[in-house]
Design a protein around this ligand. Structure first.
Ligand code: SAH
Ligand code: SF4
Length: 389
């Protein structure tokens, strides 16, 4: 593992512009309004938004001076009235397997983690939607933290910007998607994305905008623990792929693992999935299933799972439990996972086992924030951790 404290190029952040509205994270409509309010004629506003949008999201500029197709006077006005700000990188850790974990500082001194996972022919960024989480899934370390606050749209998009900065993926000249280092997004970091609905929707529309970052909706996966009333709304208003943190096949067990199940049980959850599938033209929904030794990993559970999914275009993603200090569970044995996966596969569902990535830097699913908290509790460890390897 290598750890970079703060390298000079990572510090190439925009000048301090505290208090000025950040253009990153504004929707096109919000930006247009903001421009008109500052004297740009209505007739020009849409065109100006188009210009600025392309500088921000195709070229990744962080300084208005670089917007060379905009007159000098206008650039001056922009610089006086707006900022272009990303979250600040506090530390970047690189795992032996190439996974990069960024600890980012956002307004108020809060910190969130974002993880980049390189794979053959693609790269996935796992982004956070909240600082902490209101939910308390018993196998998840983020769940042991209370919710601090929702991330703004700027902070959600900002995670993508920071990763592209670090990957050197500006300007965007080449072909879209296939050859990109950052080609996919999963909303599987800290927090429950559907409990930050509006900001998440705005941020994903920015990420999908064809004149900017331009990620296809099929390359973005929103993972929810099961906020049933908002699942269909997400299908209508966001339209990305969907992943459901199912993790159990009986309400009894799911109540214990994913307590939101007490509010909306498995049946209600799967009904909303059927509706989502209709909205998304039967694109497959991913069912995430964390493998916990002796808790939810029997062959009988696998058979129940297959029955539950009947009629839903689905695939199952088996996640070997990632331990964290003090966790009350253990990872299922490998042969148990294989047996479970086999039953699901023979029933006709793809059942890949998610290979834990970035474990050595605590970047795997459900481990986020743990190291940060640990460091906070022990300042000496924090100092050591911040020393470049
Ligand atoms: N809050 C959302 C998204 C973030 S969690 C949700 O719950 O869906 C992303 C995935 O990692 C979820 O499926 C979650 O259940 C799983 N996860 C959480 N803790 C884990 C752990 N310790 N080991 C393996 N997977 C975990
Ligand atoms: Fe929150 Fe998801 Fe963790 Fe549950 S699994 S506590 S919803 S982040």
């Amino acid at each position: 593992m290598t750890q970079t404290a703060i390298t000079p190029d990572l510090m190439a952040l925009p000048r301090k512009t505290a208090g000025l509205p950040n253009l990153i994270g504004m929707t096109r409509d919000q930006m247009r309004e903001a421009f008109i309010e500052r004297g740009i004629p209505e007739k020009q506003a849409k065109m100006r938004v188009g210009q600025v949008w392309s500088w921000l999201y195709c070229w990744g500029v962080t300084d208005f001076a670089e917007m060379t197709n905009v007159s000098k006077d206008l650039r001056k006005m922009f610089a006086a009235e707006f900022s272009i700000e990303r979250p600040e990188i506090v530390t970047k850790q690189v795992s032996a397997d190439g996974t990069r974990k960024y600890l980012l500082r956002i307004e108020g001194g809060h910190e969130v983690e974002t993880v980049y996972i390189p794979e053959e022919n693609r790269g996935t960024l796992c982004i956070s939607s909240q600082v902490g989480c209101t939910l308390t899934c018993t196998f998840c370390h983020t769940g042991t933290q209370t919710l601090v606050r929702n991330l703004t749209a700027a902070e959600i998009v900002g995670q993508i910007m920071v990763a592209r900065d670090d990957l050197g993926e500006w300007p965007e000249r080449g072909p879209k998607n296939e050859t990109r280092l950052l080609s996919n997004i999963v909303l599987m970091g800290m927090g429950e994305p559907l409990y930050n609905f509006d900001n998440l929707r705005d941020a994903m529309h920015i990420a999908m905008d064809p004149e900017g970052i331009s990620l296809s909706r099929r390359r973005i996966t929103l993972s929810t623990s099961g906020v049933v009333p908002l699942i269909e709304k997400a299908g209508e208003e966001i339209g990305t792929l969907l992943a459901i943190s199912l993790h159990a096949t009986t309400d009894n067990v799911r109540d214990r693992l994913v307590p939101i199940n007490k509010k909306w049980n498995i049946e209600a959850l799967l009904d909303s999935c059927r509706n989502y599938a209709r909205l998304s033209n039967a694109e497959r929904i991913t069912f995430e299933y964390v493998m916990l030794k002796g808790v939810n990993d029997s062959d009988a559970a696998a058979k129940r799972l297959v029955k539950l999914l009947d009629g839903i275009p689905a695939k199952v993603n088996l996640i070997p439990f990632n331990p964290w200090p003090g966790a009350p569970y253990e990872r299922s044995d490998w042969d148990r996972i294989e047996s479970f996966a086999g039953i699901v596969m023979r029933a006709g569902y793809a059942s890949p086992v998610r290979r834990p990535r970035g474990e050595d830097i605590m970047a795997a699913c459900g481990q986020l924030k743990s190291e940060t908290e640990r460091k906070r509790k022990n300042p000496r460890m924090a100092a050591q951790a911040a020393t470049p390897a």
